[in-house]
Design a protein around this ligand. Structure first.
Ligand code: DSN
Length: 444
């Protein structure tokens, strides 16, 4: 008798091959990254204990609401894990409020906008070319909530907000909410210096800490919730090496703010909150409490070392007078080397993965003058300052000395294959780029 679960034998065979094609592409991707030098500032690697939870039964469930007050039955263990996750978040960030239901950084930003602004409100932020995230663009979350950006003045030399000029701007337009946070985040932002002006004009401070979350938690960057911001929104997979998820954190005793953030998280911007990634986040937060200080310190030390090594080889690394960076990120103006787009492509062909990036003064989003480099992932696999010098040499060989990209790629792979085990987590040494084949091949 025909198997009733099969629609059509020919289609079944075709689809089995398609499934295999998808798996094969992901396997090739993993193998490629194992041999590459990954320098995307917003990427990182998940620990084995966190990764395991991504294929757990939590993935199959719904748990709308908060622990103890769910809309679904069967959530006792979800409640247990989410309660732990919330406790860990409050402990790691030394704050009174956490919500782990936003499913990404942008979704967390939308929740803040829903909670603390109304359509038509003015919201302070930085310009995209000065490093802001696309959330504050009219085609991003600001546009979706119909709030209007008020741009801070920028100090391109110091790569941070110009405090005196920004105070004037805030006093003249009186925004309701002020966003601090960047995707090209080199130095802490002057929140303490601006907090009395925020108070004077009646604006709340909001920090998008996606990029620097693990550095804040590690005690190696500024601490925005103790410098005057009421809320911190973030994704959880950049310098905090967690799963792709989102978080809201707060340090306020205003119950109205807490209530508004809570209901913005759900039902405002999420229905279900991806329970498998929430569980993985709990593990990542626990691991950061155990290993995060040493990790954050090394991430920053590596970024400074890479900046100095590139500068010594003639690269135009921004922020030179201040030591290039105080975070995980570097900005390099590559006009001389062909512009951001061409340079990022050339580097990728030689096994060095970066991204083109707008820099202060750039006018065309399509032709960024720079590249952005980050050290979260290379640090996670055990590299230190010495290895940063080797990376700078490879970039110099390719972009200044005209060395053949294939030869550079070969050297980059040989170098990277010495750094493929995870560090700063439980289960350290586990293969960082392993593809977990749970089921073998489907029958074609
Ligand atoms: N766009 C990401 C980044 O690379 O910075 C953040 O969402």
């Amino acid at each position: 008798m025909a198997d009733p679960s099969i629609n059509d034998r020919a289609v079944e065979g075709d689809m089995a091959r398609t499934v295999e094609q998808v798996r094969d592409a992901v396997r090739r991707h993993s193998a490629r990254f194992e041999r590459a030098i990954p320098l995307i500032a917003s990427e990182n690697l998940l620990s084995p204990y966190a990764k395991e939870l991504l294929v757990s039964d939590f993935h199959s469930r719904y748990a709308e609401g908060l622990p103890g007050e769910r809309y679904y039955e069967g959530n006792e263990q979800v409640d247990e894990v989410e309660t732990l996750c919330l406790d860990l978040a409050r402990r790691l960030f030394r704050c009174s409020f956490a919500d782990v239901r936003p499913i990404s950084g942008t979704v967390a930003n939308l929740a803040v906008l829903k909670a603390l602004a109304e359509p038509g409100d003015l919201v302070g932020t930085c310009r995209l070319a000065d490093g802001a995230h696309i959330s504050s663009a009219s085609f991003g979350a600001f546009g979706l909530r119909s709030v209007k950006p008020v741009y801070y003045a920028w100090d391109s030399e110091r790569m941070t907000i110009d405090v005196p000029k920004t105070k004037e701007i805030l006093r003249s337009v009186r925004p309701k909410l002020c966003l601090f946070g960047l995707s090209l985040f080199l130095f802490p932002l002057p929140i303490s210096e601006l907090s009395s002006t925020l108070e004077e004009v009646g604006a709340r401070g909001w920090y998008d800490g996606a990029h620097v979350l693990g550095l804040i938690a590690g005690g190696e960057f500024q601490d925005p919730l103790h410098e005057g911001c009421v809320v911190l929104s973030a994704s959880t997979h950049k310098t905090l090496p967690g799963p792709q998820h989102g978080i809201l954190l707060g340090n306020t005793d205003d119950p109205e703010v807490v209530k508004r953030l809570t209901s913005a998280a759900f039902p405002g911007v999420t229905s279900n909150h991806h329970l498998h990634t929430m569980a993985a986040l709990a593990v990542s937060l626990a691991e950061h409490l155990a290993f995060g200080r040493a990790y954050a310190r090394q991430v920053i030390a590596n970024a400074k070392a890479l900046g100095a090594a590139l500068h010594a080889r003639g690269f135009d690394v921004l922020g030179e007078p201040l030591g290039f960076t105080a975070s995980h990120t570097l900005a390099v103006r590559v006009t001389r080397e062909g512009g951001g787009e061409e340079v990022a492509r050339k580097l990728a062909a030689a096994g060095i993965i970066t991204n083109k990036n707008l820099l202060p003064g750039d006018t065309s989003p399509k032709h960024p003058g720079g590249i952005r480099l980050g050290t979260p992932e290379v640090t996670r696999v055990g590299m230190g300052e010495k290895e940063m010098v080797r990376i700078a040499e490879l970039m110099d060989d390719l972009l200044h000395r005209g060395r053949d990209p294939a030869a550079v790629a070969q050297d980059a792979a040989a170098f990277k294959l010495g750094y493929t085990g995870l560090r700063y987590c439980f289960g350290a040494g586990e293969a960082a780029y392993r593809y977990y084949d749970l089921v073998g091949h489907p029958p074609a």
